[in-house]
Design a protein around this ligand. Structure first.
Ligand code: BEZ
Ligand code: FE
Length: 287
């Protein structure tokens, strides 16, 4: 019989968790035990600190529901989500980089035509996002579905607004034969991540900025290519260099060019000023 000591407890726990029948589960859990024990030793974790952490995790679970994913937010602000994305999407340097999905994507967005307005009736400066979807050789990719979503001018996503029954600032656009797409929306603003929960409690104890720079989300799917989850960020936006979820990448920053009232890319007329941005998404073939 081997009795437990402070010196052998890590080895004993690793041996136990190494019995997981699935080899990958054994690998992940034994590494988790080693790193957790090393962490506790390094910071000389006290019982009061351990209990505070358990209560924080409990609150994180309790505040989560189908519309609020506080554990994902935790992973996002710790930089873990972006690390996992980057390790698992080592794309060709010429391909559009991937970013986090974030907690606000909603399935089943309405399908809109080229240039149709996904911001109908909402305030804001009209913004046309245009470009093409291409492969690494530069060939246009027709029939790619761009699932697009963003926050409103108050920084709120549809899932944060109670009792809403219409899609709001989200839509699916399909590329034409020449790979082109055109999204009509309103210019997004930077916004704060939800600060009224356990993640906000922790961030409030630091000098960390809790804002994200102005951006629009894209999830691009087309048969034969790796799905691409990414964002486009507005050039010159606040918080570009301090994004609280580490999502910004230089390649994804685009100019929102201001335009005078007049003819817009969809052939319509804008009575007020509007903006346009161009971006060509480059997809990589499915491995
Ligand atoms: C978002 O951009 O929607 C987002 C991503 C991660 C955390 C919070 C918000
Ligand atoms: Fe967002």
């Amino acid at each position: 019989m081997q009795l437990v000591t402070e010196d052998n407890i890590t080895d004993l726990a690793v041996q136990r968790w190494a019995t997981a029948r699935d080899p990958r589960t054994a690998e992940v859990l034994t590494a988790l035990v080693r790193h957790l024990h090393d962490f506790a030793r390094e910071v000389r974790l006290t019982e009061a600190e351990w209990m505070a952490a358990i209560q924080w995790l409990t609150r994180t679970g309790q505040i989560s529901n189908e519309k609020r994913e506080e554990f994902i937010l935790t992973s996002d602000v710790l930089g873990l989500s972006m690390l996992v994305v980057q390790m698992n999407h080592r794309l060709d340097p010429a391909a559009t980089p991937a970013t986090v999905l974030g907690p606000f994507h909603i399935e089943g967005s309405p399908e809109l035509d080229f240039g149709a307005d996904m911001s109908e009736g909402l305030p804001g400066t009209p913004l046309y996002l245009q470009g093409t979807v291409r492969d690494l050789e530069g060939n246009p990719v027709a029939g790619a579905v761009l699932d697009v979503w963003q926050a409103d001018t108050d920084g709120a996503y549809e899932s944060q607004i109670p009792d809403i029954d219409e899609a709001r600032l989200r839509a699916k656009y399909t590329t034409r034969e020449d790979g082109s797409y055109c999204v009509r929306t309103v210019a997004p603003l930077g916004y704060s991540i939800p600060m009224d929960g356990p993640v906000g409690d922790l961030i409030s104890q630091t000098e960390i900025s809790h804002f994200r720079p102005a951006h629009v989300h894209f999830l691009i799917n087309v048969r034969g290519y790796a799905p691409l989850i990414t964002h486009l960020f507005q050039e010159g936006a606040d918080y570009l260099d301090s994004d609280v979820v580490f999502g910004t990448k230089q390649e994804l920053v685009v100019a929102f060019e201001p335009r005078e009232p007049g003819t817009t890319p969809d052939g319509g007329k804008s009575a007020g000023p509007w903006s346009e941005a161009h971006y060509d998404f480059v997809l990589q073939r499915q491995a």
